[in-house]
Design a protein around this ligand. Structure first.
Ligand code: FMC
Length: 256
């Protein structure tokens, strides 16, 4: 089979295995309950890592929700690009999913139309904290890429869409701010572009659903606003993830 035929054959096959990557426990647990997933007692990941897999059948789908767990030194959620890339890689190796969904919270720019509680689907991802001022390495550092296009999904739910910029900090330095502006981003997170990088290594399509917990260009301090809105915004995120999973059920990649 020619490579293009392989791709189109995959695109025409009903989606059956989904991996959902979620960085924080607060974001993951409501979804685990709604989708009636159970923690995997027979871990597919190497012994000793904090990564957790919740699994279950939902309609015709096998859903694997992967949470990188609590950091073994500090006891907090393993947020950020390092853990996100590791669990995405390990999930691909163990589960060979048809589709990856990276769901989580994000900061939003009101100047670009983001409001607290909005759920965005990212059309593009890029990094804003990998500055390598050498020709071509600069572009590699930014790592801008288009995400898997889902025109029917966008139409069905009237989701907002925009570009996502990823970096390993919750706050925003002036360097980051300039890079985010150059990335033309509407939303800012700490995992998306890393998940996209790994998904692209294996040519697995990936959808990014990001709910806005804080307004980056507003007047409230980000950590406060983030913590204040986390639970309520997570509920909105979970409702959207369930609607999206319902929509995916019974469909092929080419129908998204
Ligand atoms: N900037 C960066 N990340 C986030 C954000 C912001 N303004 N709001 N919410 C987030 C996301 C990140 O992706 C992390 O998983 C977590 O929430 C914050 O540590």
């Amino acid at each position: 089979m020619a490579p293009s035929e392989t791709v189109s054959a995959t695109q025409e096959k009903p989606i059956s295995t989904i991996v959902i990557i979620i960085a924080m426990q607060t974001e993951a647990l409501p979804l685990v309950n709604s989708l009636q997933l159970v923690e995997d007692k027979n871990p597919v990941f190497p012994q000793g890592v904090p990564w957790v897999r919740y699994v279950g059948s939902y309609k015709d789908l096998q859903i694997n929700l992967i949470w990188p767990g609590k950091d073994s030194l500090f006891g907090v959620d393993s947020v950020g690009t390092v853990s996100a890339s590791l669990v995405t890689y390990a999930s691909f190796q163990a589960l060979n999913p048809d589709l990856i969904i990276n769901a989580g919270t994000a900061g939003g720019f009101k100047a670009k139309g983001a409001n607290i509680g909005d759920v965005f689907i990212a059309t593009d991802v890029a990094f804003h904290d990998r500055r390598i001022p050498i020709p071509v390495f600069d572009q590699y550092g930014i790592g801008a890429r288009k995400t898997f296009s889902t025109p029917n999904l966008l139409k069905e739910f009237d989701l907002k869409s925009g570009k996502l910029s990823t970096g390993d900090s919750l706050d925003m330095s002036t360097y980051d701010e300039a890079a985010i502006l150059a990335n033309d981003a509407t939303i800012k997170d700490m995992e998306g572009a890393a998940v996209a990088y790994v998904a692209d290594l294996f040519s697995v399509p990936c959808i990014f659903l990001k709910a806005v917990t804080d307004i980056v260009d507003g007047d409230k301090p980000t950590p406060e606003e983030f913590l204040q809105n986390l639970v309520a915004v997570t509920a909105a995120l979970d409702r959207t993830v369930i609607k999206v999973v319902d929509f995916i059920s019974g469909k092929c990649l080419s129908e998204l």
